[in-house]
Structures are given as C-alpha cells and as structure tokens.
Design a protein around this ligand. Structure first.
Ligand SMILES: [Zn+2]
Length: 168
C-alpha cells in the first residue's frame, strides 16, 4: 500500500509499505479516507524531536475493512474516527479518561502503520475507534473529532462531569 514515509528531518515522501493486516484478534484494519497533519508532526519534521524513520500520521478517519474475532464495537463498513493514541478502554487509566496513559496502548505509528497511508492496522480497536453515526458530516468536522473528541471527553471527566466509564 502507499503511505507517507518520514526519511529524516525535512524529508517526507510517498512510498510503498506492507498492506495493513490483522495481527491480533483485537485489531481492526481501517481504510483511511482522510488524515491530517498534526502540529506534533512538525516537531520531528523540523528535526526538533527524535522520530524513527518510517510511516507517519495519526488522527484519521476511515472505513472499517476488517475486524479481529474479539472486536465487538465496530464492524466492517462503518465510518470510524481514530485518535492519536490507541488504547484498550478498560485499564484504570482508560476508565478514568486518560487513554494516552493506557497500560496496553501506544501511539500511532507504533502499531506499524501511520494514519497518512492507505490503511492502518488499529490495535485495541474496541477501545480506540469511535463509530460515527448518521451521515453528511463534513471532512473537517470528522478530522477535528479525532483529536477533540478524546481531548474533550478527558477534560469533561477530569472536571467530574459524566460517568467514570471509558469514553467508548
Ligand atoms: Zn487502557
């Protein structure tokens, strides 16, 4: 599949990567329809932070193409939002709304695929992906949701509002 590849500071090219595929029963494969360049991408692009050469990108939206046998919250063909981190949604940190500290989670592209590519293997799909109900949403709204949905829910929970359950 085609994907954006970080080669080193100030060098990003389109290249070929292995096709995204299921590795764990908790994985989903999402066909990316839109991804953004995050401000955090600019740190390593400028050479201001270390970053391993390879696939890049997070905060994407896409269509679920395949799900592992343990995935129950999303199904093939659904439009989903992925935040910048993947998380199980069940550990103590996730239950308190701090999915970025998930004991089993990580940050795209540590999963092996970046959001700025044709498809992504999403680990811990039940805790990570948010299905988008309805239709007619603008691309901008959906991409912003990748970051803001997770961030907003964390803030609301930190302020003591809402349930103490996972943001799922
Ligand atoms: Zn967790």
């Amino acid at each position: 599949m085609r994907a954006a590849i970080f080669n080193g500071p100030r060098s990003v090219t389109a290249g070929d990567r292995p096709d995204a595929s299921l590795r764990e029963p908790t994985d989903a494969v999402v066909r990316v329809v839109l991804a953004c360049v995050c401000g955090s991408d600019l740190w390593y692009f400028r050479g201001e932070t270390d970053f391993e050469p390879g696939p890049i990108g997070h905060e994407f939206i896409g269509i679920v193409e395949e799900v592992g046998s343990d995935v129950t919250s999303v199904k093939r063909g659904e439009l989903v939002i992925a935040p910048f981190a993947y998380s199980d949604g069940t550990c103590p940190h996730c239950r308190h709304g701090i999915q970025t500290a998930c004991v089993n989670g990580g940050f795209f592209p540590q999963n092996g695929d970046g959001g700025q590519g044709e498809a992504v293997r999403v680990p811990l799909a039940d805790g990570t992906l948010v299905a988008v109900p309805g239709s007619g949403h603008s691309d901008q709204t959906l991409v912003r949701s990748g970051d803001r949905t997770a961030s907003s829910k964390s803030v609301v929970r930190a302020a003591g509002c809402g349930s103490r359950r996972s943001t799922r």
